[in-house]
Design a protein around this ligand. Structure first.
Ligand SMILES: [Fe+2]
Length: 119
């Protein structure tokens, strides 16, 4: 990235989308643990989409491949969170909350200002 002349700020703002997601975490300990794992998975899966879109927008094949690899890695990270959840929770519990969180997340995504951010 530096070879391409990109610079990065060392100042980070709180991300509105992530903040809204974190506010949906339930309070009881077990539910909190599951919600945090599933939010981790959702953020990673959004990264899959984000990096794939960036890659598609790149003209240089080298950068296309770079972002494609990042997208694939985000998929692996998302699966890691689901795998971790499956160690501690039954599949039906995970599925039920996953389905609920997909609806919640869609609502948040549709009602949050778009920004250029990496989570
Ligand atoms: Fe990641």
């Amino acid at each position: 990235m530096m070879d391409k002349g990109f610079t990065f700020s060392n100042k980070f703002k709180k991300d509105e989308y992530v903040g809204k997601m974190l506010k949906t975490i339930r309070a009881p300990s077990e539910e909190r643990f599951l919600d945090r794992l599933l939010i981790g998975a959702i953020l990673e899966y959004r990264g899959v989409e984000r990096f794939a879109l960036i890659g598609e927008a790149m003209e240089e094949p080298e950068l296309q491949k770079f972002y494609h690899r990042l997208s694939e890695q985000e998929k692996n990270h998302g699966m890691m969170f689901i795998d971790l959840a499956s160690i501690y929770f039954d599949e039906d519990v995970i599925r039920k909350r996953w389905d609920e969180m997909k609806v919640i997340e869609a609502e948040i995504a549709m009602n949050t200002k778009w920004t250029s951010a990496i989570h």
